[in-house]
Design a protein around this ligand. Structure first.
Ligand SMILES: Nc1ccn([C@@H]2O[C@@H]3COP(=O)(O)O[C@H]3[C@H]2O)c(=O)n1
Ligand SMILES: [Zn+2]
Ligand SMILES: [Zn+2]
Length: 242
């Protein structure tokens, strides 16, 4: 499985773009989250939305879903194809009603299904969304009463969406065979809706070695050498994890 981040920054980052990912698996491309900066990042990689086979989303904040209107319009009117959209069932109505409907609703096109082949995911139920790419949605804490999902991929790779520090979850994933943890972080403390670097530094080094940090702000370079055994993920770099 190859992985390339469209961006590695937080919601307000200008240098690193929004934390969104491209997974390349057996000839297919899965996008995990499509934030405001995703269209420009794809352009910089010389890619188009037509290269995306499936979109998977974590939660409803613009740095994770703000690029979907352009994705939908381009697929319908430029590429004339309906891509797969994998969305946790609990998010599907609010994704349309509270976010996308304002731009996408028009005569003849009344719902998400008019733009995407919508497939629902359920918490804790692993689903192979393209061959060789199995995702287990895990409901993780982010904003009170606002569902947000992280994904355990192929039982070996954990991708946090936006989540508060959860030591017990990370320990249980390692016990289940997780070897790579891509985790959102907040560089400064205290963190209210993410995991802070200080939180993550309380993990034993044996777990820190598996942790790659993403969703950081534009002051990231000031934190070089202050992240224990944890490494920062770089935008647009190709990573291979088997
Ligand atoms: N209760 C909240 C809600 C939001 N925020 C900030 O807004 C950002 C929205 O995108 P995010 O990536 O979830 O990070 C959130 C916080 O920076 C915050 O700090 N506290
Ligand atoms: Zn975010
Ligand atoms: Zn968020």
């Amino acid at each position: 499985m190859n992985l390339q981040m469209l961006g590695t920054g937080n919601a307000f980052a200008k240098k690193y773009f929004n934390t969104n990912a491209l997974f390349y698996v057996e000839g297919r491309t899965v996008m995990l989250d499509c934030g405001i900066t995703a269209p420009l990042s794809l352009y910089q990689l010389n890619k188009s939305f037509n290269d995306i086979d499936a979109l998977l989303i974590s939660h409803i904040h613009a740095d994770h879903i703000g690029g979907i209107e352009e994705f939908a319009f381009q697929m319908k009117f430029v590429h004339k194809r309906k891509p797969l959209l994998y969305v946790p069932a609990v998010l599907v109505e609010r994704l349309w009603e509270f976010s996308l409907k304002g731009g996408l609703l028009q005569d003849e096109f009344y719902s998400l299904d008019d733009y995407f082949e919508v497939k629902l995911l359920h918490e804790g139920a692993a689903a192979e969304i393209v061959p060789g790419f199995k995702v287990e949605p895990i409901l993780t804490k982010h904003i009170p009463n606002k569902p947000s999902f992280s994904y355990f991929i192929n039982e070996s790779f954990f991708y946090s969406a936006d989540m508060l520090f959860d030591r017990a979850l990370l320990e249980s994933l390692i016990e289940r065979g997780c070897r790579v943890i891509f985790h959102d972080c907040q560089l400064s403390s205290p963190a209210a809706v993410h995991a802070s670097i200080d939180d993550l530094l309380t993990l034993p080094e044996a777990i820190q070695e598996h942790v790659w940090l993403m969703h950081y702000d534009d002051s990231k370079d000031e934190y070089a050498g202050q992240t224990g055994r944890m490494r920062f993920v770089d935008q647009h770099r190709m990573y291979n994890f088997e």
